[in-house]
Ligand binder design. Structure first.
Ligand code: BGC
Length: 362
């Protein structure tokens, strides 16, 4: 095989939606034997198989073997593309250009992850790209889930030979709108279904986070992580402080917060690093977005059975949702999520998988 061999991309049928729409699943493989499977239903990353430090492969994302698993309402957004607005909008409403827009309240009084029928439930139009990538397109119509403007969204996936799963997001609108696009993969570097992630060592490149109220809506404050259980500037086990008597941890039932990423420059930079000491698997997340929602699977409780029938334990996976800050449409001081006609939205997030050298060390 030549050094620059294109990663392979193959296609298979994955089933039909209840409305009868056929759905495909695409399999990427790279020269190192990594394998990523993506479906055009919700743009879901169905599986991501990576080696441990001895070369043994495991699927490090949570999910299901079949399309029907994802069609049930109990799937907590496993692997999916999230939009039109990732995370929460307070009171399910916002005002733009003097007009108030009302959204579906699907999380108490708030709107979560785009509403009742978010982008995670859409059948996207797939196109295999000449460079070995996969492009998914979706037209979110004016008024869909309450949002203004026809929004065309294009997400492209590449699996590179340097073991990166790269997602590029692009969007255009014909009316002023708001958007916040992300991917909701849950990672367990021991392999999905193999216990919890409390032993995973996490580093977040962030000096501040956005504290929340009881509905998990940011208060608007950008709070220093210094001296708090939210300080992940040095690699720390997820479980080291998660049960501390801390108001913010109690509100989130664990970590379920947005960190304000330290940035210099505009391109993708390191947002997070996760290392699982026993397997040596390491995940690095790079993004050009201003924030990351670090969610520790606090709402998983062992009732959902995934691939091979294995249940997903409480805190059986962690999410690193690269994003704009939650509730930005109602927080004028947060970076703007407004997209206007004539503008092109572009964003890149990279999930890089490697292994650490010696057993238990780095
Ligand atoms: C949210 C959690 C929510 C989860 C959905 C995360 O992005 O922050 O509060 O429960 O998505 O499974």
């Amino acid at each position: 095989m030549t050094l620059n061999a294109k990663p392979k991309l193959t296609r298979a049928e994955f089933g039909k939606t209840p409305e009868g729409a056929p759905v495909q699943i695409y399999t990427f493989t790279n020269k190192n034997g990594l394998e990523a499977r993506i479906t055009n239903y919700g743009g879901i990353v169905v599986s991501l198989k990576t080696p441990d430090r001895k070369g043994a492969m495991a699927d490090i994302v949570l999910g299901f073997d079949t399309l029907s698993g994802y069609l049930t309402s109990s799937s907590p957004y496993f692997g999916a593309l999230i939009g039109r607005y990732g995370n929460r909008i307070g009171h399910s409403r916002f005002t733009l250009d003097g007009v108030e827009y009302k959204l579906a309240a699907n999380n108490g009084e708030n709107s979560l992850h785009g509403g009742v029928h978010g982008f995670n439930k859409a059948v996207w139009t797939p196109r295999e790209l000449p460079d070995g990538g996969l492009e998914l397109t979706y037209l979110s119509k004016d008024g869909e889930e309450g949002y203004p403007g026809n929004l065309r969204v294009i997400v492209t996936y590449h699996l590179t030979d340097v073991n990166e799963l790269k997602l590029d997001y692009a969007a255009m609108t014909d009316k002023d709108t708001v958007l916040n696009l992300t991917n909701h993969s849950y990672f367990n570097l021991k392999g999905g279904g193999n216990g919890d992630i409390l032993d995973h060592l996490v580093t977040l490149n962030a000096d501040r986070f956005t504290p929340v109220d009881a509905g998990l809506i940011p208060t608007g404050e950008l709070r220093s992580v210094s001296g708090t259980p939210f300080d992940f500037r040095k690699a720390t086990a997820v479980g080291a402080r998660i049960e501390q008597n801390d108001e913010q941890l109690k509100l989130g039932k664990g970590y379920d917060h947005n960190w304000v990423l330290n940035k210099n420059g505009t391109g993708p930079s390191l947002a997070a690093r996760v290392e699982e000491p026993s397997s040596g698997r390491v995940l690095e997340v790079l993004t050009d977005q201003p924030g990351v929602q670090f969610y520790t699977g606090n709402f998983l409780d062992g009732t959902i059975k995934g691939k091979d029938g294995k249940p997903f334990a409480h805190r059986g996976g962690l999410c690193l949702e690269t994003q704009h800050f939650p509730d930005s449409p109602n927080k004028p001081k947060f970076p703007s999520t407004v997209l206007k006609p004539g503008q092109q939205f572009h964003s890149t997030t990279i999930y890089r998988v490697t292994t650490s050298g010696a057993s238990g060390g780095r």
